[in-house]
Design a protein around this ligand. Structure first.
Ligand SMILES: *Cc1c(COP(=O)(O)O)cnc(C)c1O
Length: 468
């Protein structure tokens, strides 16, 4: 492809993107497809000779687009959002055009320094104290892995990377049972082992860890000769928004000298609104905090920020060249690849910079407040229907509900969620609450309107009553 063709096809792609956004509401949110259909539609062998771009693009439109689940659809109410505000997509076009590998300051001075600046903008936007610095990771899973490795190394007096874990005291990490599966995987990958992730029971509306049980578990592990290393707390868990009392957990962490990592991957975005910060009060005591601007805020996937109180500990854990420690922060050079497990890094700060400037914090706060208000409104409306029950009350914009029907309500609600998703007008996912099926609803899509959330009421009640 020469540069003239590159220009023409880039324009075509940009036009396609805008047309796509224009027509999203006309598409089913999730395609009704049987597995393997797309795979079989793609040639089994790679082409030996060059094909014209027209044909490649036509196949993209014919074979790929109809097989996509549309995450930018305004009636995407499943999982958590993965918002890509149009302005962040524009930034990604530019990043893609420059295609820089941003592992070191010298391989990408602007990317590095813009990252330092935009992460600090986000720190201020979230109301975190200025002791925190941070880094943009690809995903919350990577940030949590980095935090777990740091707590492990700190507890092992920095000997784990060198000697391995065999022969060391058993490293123990504590969390509730409401945390995301990325915590389990971080524990596996860090070599700590699932059996050493101690699940503390939860209580109350927000399913918060019982901190006296936490305290007791740490004490009894120490007495048994084990090595408590850290605590992972949750603000806005994936299933139903489970949220720990961060101040109380931080007090336990402090008392025992343990590392505290807070996973606020989804809910962190809401902390740009001061009125929601009570959900994580005490967060200023954490050692690290992760939140995903690529979820609710609108910075196209991937963009996950890990705020860190003592980056020296993280760098000591992950940097291959420890001499970096000597210059850390003094010569103005940061090599962010020493803060992350992967060496290679994309330029992720540009989309955040574009997003924050184009919308302003006020614009983003309005979006988040709207989602919370609309979601609470929908929960209240469903609660007034005799055949529906609210299983978990809204935590920000997430709640869960159940249709009271069927001999086996679990089976009925699973059928309901499948029927809703095959219908395609909206998209929802299910979870289990105390062992029973509940249907999750979250409003959070960047371009959703009150009318889109209202539409969910009609679709859910119509399909539920049709099935019953
Ligand atoms: C989405 C989510 C994660 C995982 O995020 P990735 O960026 O996909 O790794 C972890 N924790 C919570 C609470 C989440 O909502």
């Amino acid at each position: 492809m020469n540069n003239d063709e590159f220009r023409a096809w880039s324009r075509r792609a940009a036009d396609w993107g805008a047309d796509y956004r224009d027509t999203l509401r006309e598409r089913p949110v999730r395609p009704a497809l049987s597995p393997g259909a797309i795979f079989r539609s793609i040639e089994a062998s790679p082409p030996e000779t060059a094909e014209p771009m027209d044909r490649i693009f036509a196949d993209f439109e014919a074979k790929i687009v109809p097989g996509m689940t549309h995450w930018q659809h305004p009636r995407f109410f499943a999982y958590f959002p993965a918002n890509a505000a149009p302005v962040s997509v524009v930034a990604e076009y530019l990043v893609s055009a420059m295609a820089a590998q941003c592992m070191l300051w010298q391989t990408s001075p602007a990317a590095t320094e813009l990252e330092t600046r935009t992460v600090d903008w986000m720190r201020q936007a979230l109301g975190l104290p200025d002791e925190f610095s941070g880094v943009i990771q690809d995903s919350a899973s990577s940030a949590t892995l980095a935090a777990v490795l740091t707590m492990r190394e700190r507890a092992l007096d920095w000997q784990g990377n060198k000697q391995g874990l065999a022969g060391q005291a058993r490293v123990r990490v504590y969390s509730s049972d409401q945390v995301h599966t990325s915590i389990d995987r971080a524990i596996w990958v860090a070599g700590i082992g699932e059996e050493n992730l101690v699940r503390i029971p939860v209580a109350g509306r927000f399913r918060a860890m019982d901190t006296s049980a936490l305290d007791a578990a740490i004490i009894s592990d120490r007495e048994a000769g084990m090595l408590p290393a850290g605590i992972i707390a949750s603000v806005g868990g994936t299933s139903t928004g489970g949220t720990d009392d961060i101040a109380a957990v931080a007090a336990v962490a402090k008392r025992h000298g343990l590392y505290l990592h807070v996973d606020a991957a989804w809910a962190g975005s809401a902390m740009i609104c001061p009125e929601y910060r009570h959900f994580w009060s005490g967060v200023e005591e954490a050692d690290s905090v992760v939140f995903n601007p690529h979820k609710w805020l609108g910075a196209q996937f991937d963009c996950s920020i890990q705020f860190i109180r003592q980056p020296e500990d993280l760098v000591r854990t992950l940097a291959i060249k420890p001499e970096f420690l000597k210059t850390h922060g003094h010569d103005g050079i940061i090599n962010y690849s020493e803060w992350t497990v992967p060496l290679g890094r994309r330029f992720r700060a540009l989309k955040l910079w574009f997003l924050l400037r184009a919308h302003g914090l006020e614009g983003l706060r309005t979006m988040i407040r709207n989602h919370v208000t609309w979601s609470e409104g929908l929960a209240a409306r469903l609660a007034r229907e005799a055949d529906f029950e609210i299983v978990t009350e809204p935590m920000l914009s997430l709640f869960s509900f159940r249709h009271r029907a069927g001999v086996d309500p679990d089976e009925h609600n699973l059928r309901l969620v499948n029927a809703i998703n095959d219908d395609g007008r909206i998209y929802l996912t299910q979870t289990r609450v105390d062992g029973r099926v509940a249907i999750r609803f979250q409003a959070g899509q960047f371009e959703a309107t009150a009318a889109d959330v209202d539409a969910a009421f009609g679709v859910v009640t119509e399909i539920a009553r049709g099935l019953a």
